[in-house]
Design a protein around this ligand. Structure first.
Ligand SMILES: NC(=O)c1ccc[n+]([C@@H]2O[C@H](COP(=O)([O-])OP(=O)(O)OC[C@H]3O[C@@H](n4cnc5c(N)ncnc54)[C@H](O)[C@@H]3O)[C@@H](O)[C@H]2O)c1
Length: 354
């Protein structure tokens, strides 16, 4: 078991390799605990939850709404929750984002913590203090910055996770290696098979290293004024691919990372050998490097990213494996690059990550 301290306006601890049933030990003594989870997580792991009132939300992105938040407020009122109430989110990124937002806003703030049950939540969503919900088709447009007191990551709970969900976490681990840790890249290259097989020792290492990278970045820039933008590596095109094709976030980000790596080569920042190494690793981890997608729709979608600043995009490039740099790239250049990127292989009507 390893513990990583996350600096920030409120300190947060990420505990990796602890069993889910041990979460009781991390709850504040005397607190009135309420658990928030979703149907799938409850079905798979309910018997390992602490003995506390259980609030279930629906599953998937569709549950990340203000309606769900309102429902949880009502349920908390019904339980006569007060400032001594501790909200424990047990689930993936959706549960963590919703539970974190409800905890941050109900009674102007309850104490809260998470047990993260997807690989994505363990390496990304539960770290860094962002929480919130979607509104009218815009992702994460309502929310707060607020760190959970702890995040418990049990590699064993990932065994019940549908295989398709693993891609989402794996893509973020690769992202963390590429932007900040050449050693992690080397580890991934030698342990790709173990990672795919969910070898607990490999997963524990990958989660720890990933969390340490994200925690360090967030510690330096909690509110995304600069450094934290590096975490968006692969996400500018990735979000556009996700929106255009409706594929899984991880698959879309993988295509976005391949694109950002190619652009880094074009800018003379990354060597052709490093680029090939990245694509090889992505293949070993079964992450797509290309997408069959209507190029024009994709170009259109890139311009609609909410993180876009005027006609320039804060775009994350690599100046070598393990070193990211944020550059302002004109939208026109980005769109032109999409047209010539070999990883976009589609024509009108095309639609999948390959
Ligand atoms: N706050 C952040 O910094 C941050 C960062 C990245 C992503 N996110 C958010 O995270 C969300 C995606 O998170 P996710 O990929 O974890 O999706 P998710 O929470 O929807 O979980 C994926 C699916 O797996 C099921 N599930 C979860 N754990 C399980 C388990 N152990 N066994 C069986 N089934 C299980 C869930 O019910 C769901 O159907 C998005 O809404 C995204 O915006 C937030």
């Amino acid at each position: 078991m390893r513990v990583i301290e996350v600096a920030g306006s409120r300190p947060s601890r990420i505990v990796v390799g602890e069993r889910l049933e041990a979460v009781r030990r991390y709850l504040p003594p005397g607190a009135r605990v309420v658990v928030v989870t979703d149907e799938n997580v409850a079905a798979a792991h309910r018997d390992r939850f602490p003995d506390a009132p259980l609030l279930r939300i629906g599953t998937g992105e569709g549950a990340k709404t203000l309606d769900t938040v309102r429902e949880l407020y009502h349920r908390l009122m019904g339980l006569e929750a007060d400032r001594s109430t501790f909200l424990l989110g047990i689930g993936g990124g959706v549960v963590c984002d919703v539970a974190g937002y409800v905890a941050s806003t109900f009674l102007r703030g309850l104490r809260f913590g998470f047990a993260a049950t997807t690989l994505l939540a363990q390496v990304d969503a539960s770290v860094g203090g962002k929480n919130g919900v979607n509104l009218e088709g815009y992702k994460n447009i309502v929310g707060t910055f607020n760190q959970p007191e702890f995040v418990l990551c049990d590699p064993e709970v990932l065994r019940t996770l549908p295989a398709a969900e693993l891609v989402n976490g794996m893509a973020e681990i690769v992202k963390h290696a590429l932007i900040a840790d050449a050693d992690l890249m080397g580890y991934l290259e030698t342990h790709a098979a173990g990672a795919l097989a969910l070898d607990p020792a490999v997963i524990e290492t990958l989660v720890c290293e990933s969390v340490a990278i994200k925690a360090a970045v967030v510690g330096r820039d909690e509110r995304e004024q600069g450094e934290r933008r590096k975490l968006n590596f692969g996400h500018t095109l990735g979000h556009a691919v996700e929106r255009t094709l409706g594929v899984a976030h991880g698959a879309a980000v993988s295509v976005g990372m391949a694109f950002a790596a190619a652009l880094s080569v074009r800018k003379g920042l990354l060597s052709a050998e490093e680029h090939e190494r990245i694509l090889r690793l992505m293949r070993a981890l079964r992450l797509p490097g290309s997408a069959a997608v209507d190029c024009e729709r994709l170009k259109e979608a890139v311009g609609r990213d909410k993180k876009r600043a005027a006609a320039q995009v804060h775009f994350v490039l690599l100046e070598g494996i393990g070193r990211a740099v944020v550059a302002d790239i004109p939208l026109t250049e980005l769109r032109e690059m999409i047209g010539s990127f070999p990883g976009i292989v589609g024509t009108e009507g095309a639609g999948e990550a390959v």
